[in-house]
Design a protein around this ligand. Structure first.
Ligand code: KE4
Length: 424
């Protein structure tokens, strides 16, 4: 029995499923989780001393790699001054200014401690701003686990949602309409039938695997929101500050009314945000009467880590990350082809998904039809060869700026072996 196994057995006695967030349990790749002891750069080391090239990178925050010297020193310095005051600080103003400087659609920011908190709050704001109750989301998109967003599509096209989890009431789900991603007709039908407070979307969904918008789809989303009198919310918790300095909205040239941010914005510490135009954000208490609060919102350590991280993400950084991601995606495709394994690889700067399917999914139904069993076997084989890939077909790989050419070559060597193992 390894030390990780021992810890997992102990953990299962005191933590549901032995973890504090489900995907970490590695159940969808058919094995027990690895308990991690430390990480540095692109590498994580488990409690038994085994090292892996990490492509989870805390599910996105670690774009500079683990334990970046500058970020660690900034946090150490901040820690000396105390860890939480429950009072305003200069550093939270600096981070809000840095966010607004990078994302033209953002004039004001409210910090939260998680993306889920940002999601539930931004919907409350949209409902207050429009006086409407209904929201539209897309099947396969994940915006955190607040009740009105933890829903599944019902039957039919533009469908009234059903609870996506026990404990979510029909009262919470009844105001959510779910339509298939990239489905123009379903979107138009839903916007014709309902008056929405908001249309919420990951502009480049990464929670069904990476499934970019079809040409013109985000523009249609903007048009439909305007015609409907709804607010357009982009959930950039993953894509924000990863795919471009100004997020996916910069790449797409489509401007949302409100934006959710997270992950990178906290530099690996708990922080997220919702943000947008001044006239909307000033509706938030205490400037306005839409209530939202948080003991650790704007925590000085998290703000410091986020500011130090953004400070190193200049144009050159995105050029390097885009090139590295491209090389990794091409190398993985070649490795799969050489082994005769059928995959479709989708990538954006800093993000990629290897779909075990003959063509890249354009929506959640197609993503669910991938060969999940072979994907799971491949991930297990990668782990055996020292590469720690996201343990789910419905996630993305998060390469960092320290996944350099040598690391990518080591990754591709492991991938070739893993493809051969599953290809037999
Ligand atoms: P958190 O509440 O986990 O901070 O953020 C929720 C969230 C919101 N929006 C998007 C687009 C997200 O991807 C997330 C959370 N992402 C997952 C991974 N895809 C976090 C990993 C986990 O749940 O453990």
């Amino acid at each position: 029995m390894t030390r990780s196994d021992e810890l997992y057995a102990r953990a299962c006695k005191v933590l549901p499923g032995g973890v504090n967030s489900p995907v970490r349990a590695m159940r969808s790749i058919g094995r027990d989780p690895l308990f991690i002891a430390k990480a540095h750069g692109c590498e994580i080391v488990d409690v038994d001393g085994a090292a892996y090239i990490d492509y989870v990178c805390s599910w996105g925050p670690m774009i500079l790699g683990h334990a970046d010297r500058d970020v660690v020193e900034a946090i150490e310095g901040a820690t000396e001054l105390g860890t939480s005051y429950g009072a305003p600080t200069e550093v939270e103003v600096q981070l809000a200014e840095a966010i607004a400087d990078r994302v033209p659609s953002i004039e004001m920011v409210r910090m939260t401690s998680s993306g889920t908190e940002a999601g539930m709050s931004v919907l409350r704001l949209a409902r207050a701003a429009t006086g409407r109750d209904k929201i539209l989301k897309f099947a396969g998109a994940y915006h955190g686990h607040s009740d009105s967003l933890l829903v599944d599509a019902g039957s039919g096209l533009a469908t009234l949602a059903v609870p996506g989890s026990p404990g979510v009431t029909t009262g919470s789900s009844k105001d959510t309409i779910v339509v298939p991603w990239n489905d123009r007709d379903a979107l138009i039908a839903a916007c014709t039938e309902h008056e929405f407070a908001a249309l919420i979307a990951e502009p480049c969904p990464a929670n069904m695997g990476l499934v970019p918008p079809a040409d013109g789809f985000l523009e249609l989303l903007r048009e439909q929101a305007d015609a409907n009198g709804a607010l357009l919310i982009f959930d950039e918790v993953i894509s924000g500050f990863r795919v471009a300095r100004g997020g996916y909205q910069q790449l797409a040239g489509v401007t949302p009314d409100l934006t959710m941010l997270g992950k990178i914005v906290g530099g690996g510490l708990p922080a997220a945000a919702y943000a947008g135009r001044r006239e909307l954000m000033e509706m938030i208490s205490p400037a306005g009467d839409v209530y939202q609060a948080g003991t650790l919102s704007g925590n000085p350590l998290a703000m410091t880590a986020g500011l130090a991280t953004l400070g190193k993400l200049d144009d050159q950084a995105y050029s390097v990350l885009a090139l590295r991601t491209h090389d990794l995606a091409n190398g993985l495709a070649a490795a799969a082809a050489d082994a005769g394994v059928e995959v479709s690889i989708v990538s954006e700067c800093g993000l990629l998904t290897i779909f075990f399917a003959s063509s890249a999914p354009t929506d959640y139904e197609a993503a669910k039809a991938c060969d999940l069993e072979t994907h799971a076997a491949w991930c297990r084989a990668l782990l055996e060869r020292g590469v720690y890939a996201p343990p789910s077909q419905f996630e993305a790989w998060f390469p960092s700026l320290v996944h350099d050419d040598a690391v990518i070559e080591r990754t591709l060597e492991a991938a070739r072996g893993a493809f051969e193992a599953v290809g037999r």
